[in-house]
Design a binder for this molecule. Sequence first.
Ligand code: ADP
Length: 294
Amino acid sequence: MKISIQNLNKVYDNGKHALCDVNLEIESGMFGLLGPNGAGKSTLMRILVTLMKPTSGNVLIDGLDISKNRKEIRDILGYLPQDFRFFTKLKTWEFLDYAARLSGIKNKKERLQKVDMWLEKVGLFDARERNADKLSGGMKRRLGIAQALIGDPKLLVVDEPTTGLDPEERIRFRNILSDISRHDAIIILSTHIVGDISSICQSMTLLDDGFLSFSGSPEELIEKSRGHVWQINTSGTDYDILKNTYPVISTIPTDDGWDVQFVADSISNSKAIQIEPTLEHAYVYFMEYMSNKN
Ligand code: ADP
């Protein structure tokens, strides 16, 4: 399974150039699309799932051309949009059964087995008799992932998977996503939350104001920030100066001030020590100092 994106552009009617010459190859596995709000992630996702046409450029999904083979692509696709909603009064299991029917599973026994299997996998078996629209936000998101996967899609697209979830549900949802990672399928996670990517994606790309500014593994992105992440214990006006000079990643109170972590190309303050970068540090460093836009 492979997606090949060539010279992709999207210009909206109002003149907004939301995707600028995007070139990208995506192979099987869990793939992260990271970028701030407004970067163009949803635009790219909507083009991939054939809900929107690009202004120019080509996309091949498993050899199928999105401009010519929309029906065939939809047959191998699962999609969980950010604003996934239930329009029905169906029970949780009935909703999944409906999704399974839509995905073409005609045999009732096979369908019900699959429904039970997915209810178990996403931790909703005990809630199967509850009305789907009465589930909590996190449970709805889990039901959403089950409906997107019940037809065994070769490509699954998940838009902003953990936005609005509390920390416990966020971890649970990430665990479900990493469990369902399969060798023969591509799963694309589009997110502005770095933690969604760092825990589960083998490869990733950074989108910044319509431009693709990095593609590689999370480890490769982290390497780019090595030597540029610092920590210093500071207080009072020194802290204000630091905050106004460098992007600050975290501030932890101590007995005599704050331990402040920040990124910088180079610094003159000899009291600061270099620390081991995380993906969050790397993301901020890259967007601030290395992205194409700069
Ligand atoms: P993201 O998903 O990364 O937040 P989007 O793809 O939603 O980004 O948006 C990219 C840019 O395109 C933003 O500047 C947004 O305001 C603009 N945009 C999105 N949809 C439309 C539209 N239908 N018409 C005009 N501009 C749009």
